[in-house]
Design a protein. Sequence first.
Length: 113
Amino acid sequence: MALFKNKKTIPEDKYRIIKIGKDAIYEVLREYIIDNQEDFFDVTDGTKIVTHFEIDWNNGEFICVARNEYGENEHLQCNINTAELLSKMKDTTKTMFIDKRYVEMSEEEIKNM
C-alpha cells in the first residue's frame, strides 16, 4: 500500500500572507547567503568558510565577510569590524546574480581603509 501525502495548495479564493519585520528580513537574507555561499563566494565547500554579517537599516546596506574557517592558530577568527567596514566600503555589486560579486582583500588592506 502506497502512502500519499496530501497535495498542499492554497484554497481557491484565499490568500496566504507573510508580513515580516526587520529581524526576519535580516534572518532571511543571512540564511539565503549561507545556503548559497558556494556560488556567492566562489568556493567548492561552503562548510570550510565562516561568514560574518552586518546591516545598516538607516542606509539600507548589508555586508557579508567570508574567510577560511580557521586562521593560523586553528581557531575561528574574524578580526574585522564589520560595522566599520560597512560604513567605509562601497558596494561591490549591483546584483547578487552575476559573477564577481565580491572583492578580495587582506586583513591589512581592510584595516587601512
